[in-house]
Every structure is written in C-alpha cells, then in structure tokens.
Design a protein around this ligand. Structure first.
Ligand code: UD1
Length: 433
C-alpha cells in the first residue's frame, strides 16, 4: 500500500478555487453504464483512485472505457459476465453498485464483500434484505451471489441507505416491471443517478424524495450523456478551510443548494458568506471575526447535515469552542466516526469522545485560534485525512505539520495540494513507498 506524506505549513488562504465532479455520484453512474448496450458519455468526472477502481471493474466486464480530460466514455456493447474479485471490491465500498448493474445486465451477480473507509462497522445486511424482499435468490459465502428477475414490487427500506437505494435503482432500470422504493435515500447523488438512468430509457418519478417509482426497460441500447454534479463534500472542505484560515476565499463551480446545512451553521457562528448561483464566497471567517459557539450539530441522512462533513467541521469547532462554551458533534450515520479526535489532540485539541458524539471544549492553549503544528499526524480515512490538512493549515504561519496517509485522500480529492496552493495554502505531497 502506498504511503504519502503531506507537508503543510500554517497559511492564510485567499483567492478562487474550483470544485470538481462528485465522486459519490460518478461511482454508481459508472456501474449503471453496464446496463447500456450502447455508449455512455460522462462529463465532469474527477481524477480519483476510486474512479480508477470502477473503471477497472468495467474493463473486467469487457467494456471499452476511456478516461480523458474529466470525461469518461463507456462502450458496454460487448460486455461479458464476470465475478468481481476482492482485489477490486476491497478498495472501495461503492463497488457494491456493480451488484445491481450485473444483475440488471446478466440476470446474475457475484461480488466479493466490499471495502472502503473504516468508519466503524459497515455491514451489507440491508442490501441483502432488499434483495430478498424483491424475491431474488441470494447466496452469501465468501462472495454475494444473486440471481433472478424483478417483478412489480413495493420495497420498504428500514433505513434510507444511499448504497441500497442506488443498487435497487440500477437493477430496476433494466427491468420492465415497476418497483416502488419507500424510505429511499434523498441525496443529490441519487438524483444524478436517476437522471442518467432516465437518459437510458428508465421512467422515474420521485428522485430526491422518500418514495421513488421506477419502471425500466428490458433492453437498453443508446447514446447516453450525463454531467456529474459538483462534489458537495469537496466544496465543504474548501469553504471550511476558508472560514478557519482565510480571507476572501471563493469556492466556485459548486452547488450552494446542496450544502445549505453547512452554510446555515457557518452563518449561525457569525461567518460572513455570500452565495451566488454556483459560488460560495467566504468573506469573513475566524481571522476577521469573533465566531460563536455553543453549537449542537447532528449528522443524519440528507437533507440533514451529512456525515461526510462531520470530520471536516470538527477542527473548526475546536478553534472556537471553550470549556464555558463547548460544542457537540453527533453522528447518527456512523456513530464510531471519531478517529480524527486523537489526531487533533496531538495538535492541542480538547475533544471528549462518546459513542455517537464528540464534546469539543477548545484548545489546550487558551487565547489562540490556531492549532499547534505536529509532525506526526495519521490519516485514518478519506475525510479525516482532509480534516487534518485543514487543521494543519490553521497553525501559526511558518510552522509545519506532516500528515501520513495511505492513499485515502487521493480517493476523494483531485490535486488537493495544487488546489490549496492556488489559494495560498502551503501543501505539498510526497510518495514515500
Ligand atoms: C454512502 C457514501 C458515503 C456516506 C454514506 C452516508 C458513497 C460511495 N458513499 O455510503 O460517503 O458517508 O453514504 O451518507 O456514496 N448500513 C447497514 N447495512 C447495510 C448498509 C448500510 O447497516 O447493508 C449502515 C451503514 O453502516 C451506515 C448507514 O447504514 O451506518 C448508512 O450507510 P449507507 O447510506 O448505505 O452509506 P453507503 O452507501 O455505504
């Protein structure tokens, strides 16, 4: 496994940075291209290692795939059935979407159990329950093997799981029966997937709401075009960095509507933020204003505050909370997602972990809004790794921190060091082994 060392100096950010396409939207769309016996054109695709994994899987299915200049073209006309081995599924949990895609295209799927970031237990029981409820034959051994045909059904999900909703939508798009998904996930990435599936002939009502009705088509052969939505988590990363250690930071090519919960919280703290059609402009953050706590933030499924932004906002809360004005950061989606707290404590943060919540009481060094630089920070997952870069930028200018990362950050951030450099952030990365 590759290890990277990010070297980050305390910085003051200013300027304009552009956001790329959403990783979590591209991955299910790439899986769904397997259903199209014609060619799919996907635009605004970020250059990330998770995308490379999905492309490798498409190639294993004998698809012709090219990825250039942020566009991916998939020709699945000669696709052939294959089982998906652990070498590929272990790299990224979103590979589970190929279960629905293979079932839709070939009436059968065989996929090794998936990997992904270690955010606590990540079982697949809800996927299996949904497959059973749809009358499919499921065998679990070292792999998940599914076969069968969908019939008209109403599927009531016990939880609005993003992955389960996507998997069912993809398999349903290749069936001419009507599937109604109740308690479906409502994330913007689901809406983007539905747009692609509609482009390939599926009839979908209710995308972005809790009830989605989908009627697919047996044979799909078309030229399908889709533009990937901006990555709301990447946008949140640069916006939060701008608040922590910036002046006049413009985050462009994003969709402010998809990050409105974050913007509401930042304004409640006292940040001065302007929003236009596709840009969020952090005018005044912590460097220019006294920001307020206490705050009680709970990560829940969309449209609530997202779990993937939870680690990103944690360092900001550390800089403004105190013993007398603590903040609570709760997570109902991944209640064990607090590995970051130990790393931030190396930088002087005071965080008390509970299951499902962290109580943040500021910094050891009172009277400063800066972290203490550390040469020994370990990234444990994708968003936690990015959060350590934010914390390191918010140290005293001239001090340097190191973040050691086993490739997590490159799974979700294209050119993070270049993008921060564009806005005055001193971040460099070196491959160690
Ligand atoms: C997706 C996102 C991930 C995000 C998460 C929640 C992608 C590639 N990943 O992950 O970045 O953090 O949504 O917004 O889009 N669960 C079960 N059993 C299951 C499935 C899920 O218990 O079979 C649990 C999970 O452990 C977790 C919760 O349900 O606690 C939410 O999971 P889910 O919505 O399925 O997230 P993912 O699709 O894995």
């Amino acid at each position: 496994m590759a290890t990277y060392r990010y070297e980050i100096a305390g910085s003051v950010l200013s300027g304009r940075v552009e956001i790329g396409g959403a990783k979590n939207a591209v991955l299910p769309i790439l899986a769904a291209t397997l259903l199209n016996k014609g060619t799919s054109y996907i635009y605004n695709v970020p250059d990330l290692s998770d995308i490379d994994v999905a492309i490798e899987i498409l190639k294993a299915f004998n698809c012709n795939v090219s990825h250039e200049n942020h566009s991916v073209v998939v020709d699945a006309s000669d696709a052939m059935y294959t089982n998906i081995p652990q070498e590929l599924t272990s790299k990224c949990r979103a590979t589970l979407a190929f279960l629905g895609a293979s079932l839709g295209r070939f009436g059968e799927a065989d996929i090794a159990f998936p990997g992904g970031c270690v955010l606590g237990p990540r079982p697949v029981n809800m996927h299996i329950e949904a497959l059973h409820a749809l009358g499919l034959e499921v065998n679990e051994d070292n792999t998940i093997h599914v076969q069968g045909k969908l019939l008209d059904s109403v599927l009531q999900l016990s939880y609005p799981s993003v992955g389960v909703t996507e998997n069912i939508l993809i398999m349903a798009a290749a069936s001419h029966h009507t599937i109604i998904i109740k308690n479906a996930a409502r994330e913007p990435e689901i809406v983007n997937l539905c747009k692609y599936l509609t482009e390939t002939g599926a009839n979908i009502d209710g995308a972005g709401t809790s009830t989605i009705v989908i009627k697919g088509r047996d044979m799909i052969e078309c030229q399908a075009h889709i533009t990937v939505i901006p990555d709301r988590i990447e946008a949140a990363t640069y916006i939060t960095a701008g608040v922590m250690t910036g002046r006049d930071v413009e985050v462009a090519k994003c969709n402010p509507r998809d990050i409105r919960r974050l913007l509401t919280i930042l304004r409640k703290m006292g940040c001065e933020i302007n929003v236009s059609e596709d840009t969020v402009h952090v005018i005044k953050g912590l460097l220019d204003k006294q920001l307020n706590t206490p705050l009680y933030i709970v990560a829940k499924p969309y449209p609530a505050f997202p779990t993937d932004m939870q680690p990103l906002i944690m360092p900001l809360l550390c800089l403004i909370a105190s013993e007398y004005s603590p903040s609570i950061l709760a997570d109902t989606v991944f209640p064990y997602r607090y590995m970051l707290a130990e790393e931030l404590s190396k930088m002087g943060a005071k965080i008390h972990k509970r299951t499902g919540a962290a109580v943040i009481t500021g910094l050891e060094r009172i009277g400063t809004c800066r972290f203490t630089a550390s040469r020994n920070l370990i990234s444990h997952d994708l968003r936690g790794g990015a959060a350590l870069i934010l914390a390191s930028l918010a140290t005293e200018p001239g001090t340097v921190s190191n973040v050691y990362d086993e490739g997590y950050i490159k799974r979700g951030y294209e050119n993070i060091s270049e993008k921060f450099s564009q806005i005055g952030g001193n971040v460099s990365v070196k491959l160690l082994k």
